[in-house]
Design a protein around this ligand. Structure first.
Ligand code: ATP
Length: 319
């Protein structure tokens, strides 16, 4: 294998640039030629492809977002779209592709692999919702952004003796809310994986208030529904003044944390190793601080589980 392409796809995540840099530099170090594909699978179909040099990825390790830009493409989900992509890859003489993104992007990578074009996936999403890796690139940075916000809201919550609901991202996964709740000292955490605990949350808020608690902070994952709906219900049930803050896209931006940069660099490096070893249709990940890789199909069939011990602990610590 001589020429390798790299693209970012789906939602952006802080650390994607560090992953691009690692893929490009590691590839060049081993004598490969690297090609950057702009705007994900959409750009691939359109032939938006450029040769990358060592300097192409200079000064990006510390930047959020993605220097290769990202896109979503419905056309690429079709057989025709995928044929177009393969034609472009052949035109440029590219023999392997690294796809940096979420599980949707890996479905695209799997489709290309099945058509005979070797792809390797690198998990990058702030949601941490991908099986086969303890952490996805971007999760740690987003978590730190949420913590900063919680600390600020806590000041107001204490001054006004209110209940604050902070809605965070995560799609169907509660990881961001759970970790932020634990690290931010939240009173309660509402996540899709534990939806049935709503009455318990009400009881805890009431008990806390009776005990003289000045404020309560509730971390809510977007996957359970709207924070505003929960705010209304909680205010009605507890009779406590309740405010809602939806953190939104600020969670996706910002300079990647050191942890995310290291993770992205390690995963990027391993992706190149796998392609050089002739592997295809696999995602690289990290488990117990060791690099691992799994077939895309195992990733699609697995389910992202919540950390039960952490969830229980968060309740024990917020009595
Ligand atoms: P995030 O979780 O951050 O949103 P993602 O990678 O899951 O990232 P998606 O929008 O689901 O984001 O997927 C990105 C792109 O991957 C899609 O726009 C599409 O081009 C391609 N893709 C998704 N699903 C498939 C599929 N089943 N077959 C082929 N391509 C797909």
């Amino acid at each position: 294998m001589k020429r390798i392409g790299v693209l970012t796809s789906g939602g952006d995540a802080p650390g994607m640039n560090a992953a691009i840099r690692a893929v490009v530099r590691k590839g060049i170090y081993h004598g490969l030629e690297l090609y950057g594909i702009k705007y994900g699978f959409q750009g691939l179909m359109e032939g938006n492809i450029e040769k990358m040099e060592i300097g192409s990825v200079g000064d990006i390790i510390q930047r959020g977002g993605t220097a290769l830009f990202s896109a979503r493409s419905e056309e690429f989900k079709t057989d025709e779209g995928q044929q177009k992509a393969i034609e472009q890859l052949e035109k440029f003489g590219i023999e392997g592709l690294v796809v940096i993104g979420g599980d949707g992007s890996f479905r695209g990578a799997e489709a290309l692999t099945k058509k005979g074009f070797p792809c390797i996936g690198i998990p990058a999403t702030i949601d941490n919702d991908i099986t086969g890796t303890d952490f996805t690139i971007g999760f740690d940075t987003a978590l730190n952004t949420v913590i900063e916000a919680i600390d600020k809201i806590r000041d107001t919550a204490t001054s006004h003796e209110r209940t604050y609901i902070i809605e965070v991202m995560g799609r169907d996964a509660g990881d961001l809310a759970l970790w932020a709740g634990l690290a931010g000292g939240a009173e309660s955490i509402i996540i899709p994986e534990k939806k049935e605990d709503f009455q318990d949350i009400i009881d805890r808020l009431k008990r806390g208030h009776e005990r003289g608690k000045k404020h309560s902070i509730i971390l809510l994952a977007e996957g359970v529904g709207s924070g505003f709906d929960y705010g209304e219900k909680i205010e009605k049930e507890t009779k406590l003044e309740t405010r809602v803050t939806v953190l939104g896209y600020i969670q996706r931006g910002g300079s990647p944390s050191a942890t995310d940069r290291v993770l992205a660099s390690r995963l990027g490096g391993r992706a190149i190793e796998l392609l050089m070893d002739g592997k295809a249709g696999r995602m690289v990940g990290i488990e117990n601080n060791r690099l691992v890789d799994y077939a895309f199909n195992d990733i699609f069939n697995g389910s992202n589980t919540i950390h039960d011990e952490m969830y229980r602990l968060s309740k024990e610590l917020s009595i």
